[in-house]
Design a protein around this ligand. Structure first.
Ligand SMILES: Nc1ncnc2c1ncn2[C@@H]1O[C@H](COP(=O)(O)OP(=O)(O)OP(=O)(O)O)[C@@H](O)[C@H]1O
Length: 299
């Protein structure tokens, strides 16, 4: 559904994105994560046809980025969306429905249904008097006004109170379940982990890892074994009346068993803990061999 090939964006001499290649399948929810300045927004804007790549290619639903036909199939949610402060949500959404040539009856129904689903109250209040969360919901409704197949959302839940953030993340997940193809960026790795099929990790302008969580864990993650012994063993800490030692290999588990036996006790439980996306992300970003070179060329 979406193909990005060798994307590069320079601002003046500054390389904001380079060598970025990935595909997003139809109906997939694809997350882009990375620290501040990693190039997430620039990448999303290139996908949406709002920023022209210096080099590389983007295609969305078989169209080049920016083509009129592609824009009709796309809903974009910018990181910050300035709204017309004096308009009400309904008049604002009708304004955009007109721009997309949505017939009036269809627009009426779609606006009503979307605002219901988003549980937006005070629909007659001017946008300028609305809370940040309400404005974000209106911006999301705007991204859906043309009933697009593809949604590109830049930090949909950031900067809001936790309740509204969770609401918006759940809503985004539902859109994915309805078959929309979604690419979104986020800082909150838990959100990415909870709703994405696949993830790209960006650092210093480049995609440094991509795959589904299992693939990323297999390649970059670690399994920790939490070994509980009845007696004190080296490098252990007390937990719930046992002595817990955390190790990273089965050999070390066997060594711990032997240590426990030698001390007159035994191992009573072993639990495995996989790396979370956050840990994978930190490992990848920290071990990124290109980061120094790239940051040099970006400075
Ligand atoms: N119009 C621009 N002109 C010059 N530099 C820019 C422009 N837009 C972005 N940059 C720079 O490109 C780099 C990548 O920015 P981008 O906004 O894509 O990162 P990001 O990963 O979305 O960051 P954040 O998480 O902080 O939003 C940053 O160093 C930024 O300062």
């Amino acid at each position: 559904m979406i193909t990005a090939r060798d994307l590069r964006k320079e601002y003046g001499g500054f390389v904001a994105v380079e060598g970025s290649t990935f595909t997003v399948e139809e109906g997939e929810v694809f997350g882009i994560i990375g620290p501040n300045g990693a190039g997430k927004t620039t990448t999303l804007k290139m996908l949406a046809g709002l920023v022209e790549p210096t080099d590389g290619e983007v295609s969305v639903a078989g169209y080049d980025a920016g083509e009129t036909e592609m824009r009709k199939r796309l809903g974009f949610l910018p990181e910050e969306s300035p709204l017309y402060e004096e308009m009400t949500p309904v008049s604002y959404l009708h304004f955009f429905a007109d721009l997309y040539d949505v017939p009036e009856g269809v627009a009426d129904r779609r606006i009503h249904d979307t605002l219901e689903r988003l549980e937006l109250d005070h629909r007659d209040r001017p946008l300028g008097d609305m809370s940040k969360g309400m404005k974000r919901k209106v911006a999301i409704a705007r991204s859906l006004i043309n009933d697009p197949d593809v949604l590109i959302y830049d930090e949909p839940g950031s900067g809001l109170d936790p309740l509204t953030t969770n609401y918006i993340i759940d809503f985004t997940r539902e859109l994915g379940e309805q078959g929309k193809t979604i690419v979104f960026s986020a800082h909150n790795l838990y959100h990415v982990e909870s709703i994405c099929d696949r993830v790209a990790i960006m650092n210093e302008g480049r995609v440094v890892a991509k795959g589904d969580l299992d693939e990323l864990q297999a390649e970059y993650g670690r399994t920790e074994y939490h070994v509980y012994a009845t007696v004190e063993v080296p490098e252990s800490a007390r937990e719930n009346g046992y002595h817990k030692r955390v190790v990273e290999s089965m050999d070390a588990v066997d060594d711990t068993r032997a240590d426990a036996r030698a001390a007159g006790g035994e191992v009573v439980d072993i639990r495995t803990e996989e790396s979370s996306l956050e840990e994978v992300f930190l490992d990848v970003a920290e071990s990124d061999p290109e980061a120094e070179r790239t940051s040099g060329s970006r400075a």
